[in-house]
Design a protein around this ligand. Structure first.
Ligand code: GAL
Length: 368
């Protein structure tokens, strides 16, 4: 039998069905996926994942901290989007929101810093809403705006809506997470400048602005790259410390409610490389559709001198009790979760039993 090598994501005629953290990951046109600092939107109806991330220009370089404008080709080209049914093979859907090349006064003028796009669907309007970090062209890294854009279909094109300074800070806020709860309420968690404590607000129904003022949810400063998810009714936030493109130890916090009291529970990474998050920085935690206990830690291995060559580090999250744990794996696939799901269901049932037992004790007046 003659088997043909057809593209980077097919080997000997067979589609690749494995994640290979840190290795080059090509799309359906055999080009390296260009979606850094990304996030995923899942559409239930079409069972399709959309991966939005920073499109980094070939030959571009990141601004150096404190530099007002880049002498070289700017790094950021806007938001790039890919689609997939299985999370392994990605179809290039093109630029969902490109930077603006013909109007230097535009908020998104070429030369702006456009980072960490994330998309949610507003349950009220049915529209897709993209949020992103925006440093205006030539303005340096001091003040970070939060930008929004809107589209009628998930892959776009997105229309720029506007920008604001999040977190009630004159310097705005930087890295962020958008989290949509089971009841449709959507929250913006952001690293508020200049101290980088995490502030959060529930969004309006159209998902274009906060509904009420932001509240501080994590007092520990220098918290960046928040990524929020929910498991067994508890809310978790992965994140990083604040060292620019240089890797640092990841961090994790847990809460009973999105705007409740968050408790930091330490570095979720274990094993060799844990102090540098396996040379990466988290950007999103992906709940795998149809697998209640499967969450993937999505992180970026940045390359500021040649940002388009940055790599992706996707690793499965295990739970040891309620503690999320991320270990390095050279290659893996979604089958990794199978044994864990049964264990997760057992833990959840056990939790419910203990809760019910607690309630019975209280009702019986024997509670201490
Ligand atoms: C990181 C942040 C990135 C980028 C970088 C610039 O901490 O997470 O999105 O802004 O700093 O130095």
């Amino acid at each position: 039998m003659i088997l043909h090598r057809r593209s980077g994501s097919t080997v000997q005629g067979k589609r690749m069905q494995r994640f290979k953290p840190g290795r080059i990951w090509t799309d359906d046109r055999n080009r390296p996926i260009n979606a850094h600092g990304g996030g995923i939107l899942y559409r239930t109806g079409t069972r399709t994942y959309y991966w939005f991330g920073e499109h980094k220009n070939e030959d571009g370089a990141e601004l150096r901290f404190g530099e007002p404008s880049s002498p070289t080709e700017p790094a950021d080209g806007g938001a790039h989007v890919y689609s997939s049914q299985d999370l392994y093979a990605w179809h290039d859907e093109g630029l969902a929101l490109p930077v603006v090349r013909d109007d230097p006064a535009h908020d998104l003028a070429r030369g702006c810093v456009f980072e960490r796009p994330k998309v949610v669907r507003s349950p009220a309007t049915g529209l897709y809403v993209m949020w992103f970090k925006l440093f205006r062209r030539g303005a340096g890294y001091e003040v970070c705006h939060t930008g929004t854009a809107v589209a009628a279909s998930p892959a776009g094109p997105y229309r720029y809506h506007g920008k604001f300074l999040a977190g009630q800070s004159e310097a705005g806020a930087g890295d962020f997470a958008l989290f949509q709860d089971d009841d449709g309420r959507t929250f913006h968690f952001c690293s508020r400048k200049p101290t980088h404590e995490v502030y959060a607000a529930e969004l309006q129904d159209d998902c274009l602005a906060p509904r009420r003022p932001y509240v501080r949810v994590i007092a520990g400063d220098n918290f960046e790259a928040p990524a929020v998810f929910k498991r067994h009714g508890k809310y978790y936030m992965m994140g990083s410390h604040c060292t620019g493109w240089e890797p640092n130890p990841a961090r994790c916090a847990v809460a009973e409610a999105p705007l409740g009291r968050w408790r930091e529970i330490g570095n979720p990474c274990l094993g060799e490389g844990r102090e540098r998050t396996f040379d990466a920085q988290v950007t999103y935690v992906l709940p795998v559709a149809g697998r209640p206990d499967a969450f993937v830690f999505l992180a970026d291995r940045w390359r500021p001198e040649c940002p388009a060559q940055g790599r992706y580090v996707w690793l499965p999250i295990a739970f040891e009790g309620e503690q999320p744990v991320v270990r390095w794996i050279n290659e893996w696939d979604l089958g990794w979760f199978e044994g864990r799901e049964a264990e997760g269901r057992r833990q959840e049932a056990e939790g419910r039993r203990q809760e019910a037992g607690g309630r019975r004790q209280k009702a019986g007046g024997r509670g201490g």
